[in-house]
Design a protein around this ligand. Structure first.
Ligand SMILES: Cc1cc2nc3c(=O)[nH]c(=O)nc-3n(C[C@H](O)[C@H](O)[C@H](O)COP(=O)(O)OP(=O)(O)OC[C@H]3O[C@@H](n4cnc5c(N)ncnc54)[C@H](O)[C@@H]3O)c2cc1C
Length: 413
């Protein structure tokens, strides 16, 4: 029986990061992947959605270009070509990842694997001895009762990536990151989007002020949404909502969370990280767990940034309020990006940088702005390192930038 220091089931961010770190430490590593290296993130998640979002953004910018004196005729798009570009880009990234894995000397087995015991993994009837096993088997789209996927009319976040033609009208169920990103992609490509959310506000996990602004932006973009609403009945393609609204979409995208994939053979000796652990299901959380597991570099579970992509980006970290009443004991500043020169240069002024502090320390931030994904990292570094508000006031922020919004906000604390 072939034997290895480390056996990993799943070649997504959790699995391949664990493998690469361990191989760098000189360990012999075997990685099992039943589908494609890169996992959900590269093949069905983070990357394909951002490729579509980029294309949607370019299309919208071109449509609006005459406002800034740039004229182009017959602006149009070919969704099949955009999908082709998406597939090619994923393939390019996957190839370089596979090369990196190969160069690190990691053995890759492209088969479904099962944990037989604490030290044995089986794949395609072959058993492999592994001193340690890490389960990185990820997650799959969650089904809701009554909305089981038929992969044609009721689809999930994997199915939608296989569409070569856009629907004319879509109903999206769920307003988390996946639901909102797809609502933004599809509405930018002129698809009529209706979104339902069972919670009282859109993006239920976000700060109340973020949800409120997203709702306003959805209205402006003519994305119809219903909160505190579910699906009552579906007859043929006629959908009746719990508020008795009737919608006739071409398809329903169910974006209502993801279910962890775990092997039945698991026992206490086997570590589970990434989406499979069923905690925070984000790629950067998965890679932080891998970093801690192999390199012993800790991370702070309270300081995992959340980002929803699109125009503009939405990002947050730390303390989050359900309503204004909860803010009383904190210092809170909401700095509008319309006060920033850079936002005017870029023609995107609808957003804010909200910073929350207590006792001279930042305890949270909520940003709706271009580059919010990068801005939140500045706050994360400050929070992780206990940099006081007074110390941050000493920092010189470049002009004109969105970072100045962080500086201006901090100056008001
Ligand atoms: C539409 C969408 C958009 C997303 N956008 C973002 C984003 O912008 N930012 C972000 O941080 N996160 C995002 N995510 C979440 C992110 O993709 C996951 O958190 C991340 O992929 C988790 O990594 P993982 O390695 O734990 O699992 P996965 O990436 O799911 O990888 C698990 C791998 O294990 C393999 N596997 C499972 N069982 C077996 C078995 N028995 N044998 C062999 N192989 C097996 C699977 O085939 C899969 O390749 C998004 C997800 C979706 C669906």
């Amino acid at each position: 029986m072939e034997s290895f220091d480390l056996g990993i089931v799943g070649g997504g961010p959790a699995g391949y990061t664990t493998a690469l770190y361990a191989a760098k430490q000189g360990k012999s590593v075997i990685l099992f992947e039943k589908d494609e290296i890169g996992g959900t993130c590269l093949n069905r998640g983070c990357i394909p959605t951002k490729i579509y979002l980029h294309a949607a953004h370019v299309y919208q910018e071109m449509k609006d270009a005459s406002k800034i004196g740039i004229f182009t005729d017959n602006i149009n798009f070919d969704f099949e070509k955009i999908s082709e570009h998406k597939n090619n880009t994923i393939q390019k990234i996957r190839k370089s990842l596979e090369l990196m894995i190969k160069q690190a000397g990691i053995t890759v087995v492209k088969e479904e694997a099962h944990v037989v015991s604490e030290n044995i993994i089986e794949a395609n009837d072959i058993e492999y001895q592994c001193n340690e096993i890490v389960m990185c088997s990820g997650s799959v789209p969650k089904e809701i009762k009554g909305l089981e996927f038929d992969h044609k009319f009721i689809i999930n976040s994997d199915d939608i990536l296989n569409l070569n033609q856009l629907p004319k009208k879509i109903l999206i169920v769920g307003s988390g990151a996946i639901g909102v990103e797809w609502a933004r992609i599809l509405s930018s490509f002129d698809v009529e989007v209706v979104l339902t959310e069972i919670a009282p506000k859109l993006v239920p996990l976000a700060d109340w002020e973020v949800s409120k602004r997203i709702e306003r932006q959805f209205k402006m973009k003519k994305i119809k949404y219903y909160t505190e609403t579910s699906i009552k009945t579906i007859e043929d393609k006629k959908v009746t909502l719990s508020n008795d609204e009737i919608i006739e979409p071409d398809c329903i995208l169910v974006a209502a969370g993801r279910a962890a994939v775990q092997d039945k053979g698991l026992n206490e000796g086997i570590k589970i990280i990434g989406d499979a652990a069923g905690e925070i299901q984000l790629a950067h959380y998965a890679t932080s767990q891998a970093k801690e597991l192999v390199l012993n570099i800790p991370y702070n579970k309270e300081l995992i940034p959340s980002v929803i992509y699109g125009t503009p980006e939405i990002a947050w970290i730390g303390k989050c309020f359900k309503s204004k009443d909860e803010e009383a004991e904190y210092d809170v500043v909401v700095y509008p990006i319309s006060a920033l020169g850079k936002a005017h240069c870029d023609g995107c002024i609808d957003g804010f940088i909200k910073i929350i502090s207590k006792d001279n320390k930042i305890v949270g931030a909520h940003i709706i702005s271009p580059e919010a994904s990068a801005l939140i990292q500045q706050i994360t570094i400050a929070m992780q390192n206990d940099i006081t508000v007074d110390k941050l006031k000493e920092v010189c922020f470049a002009h004109p930038t969105y970072s100045e919004g962080i500086f201006e906000g901090i100056m008001q604390l």
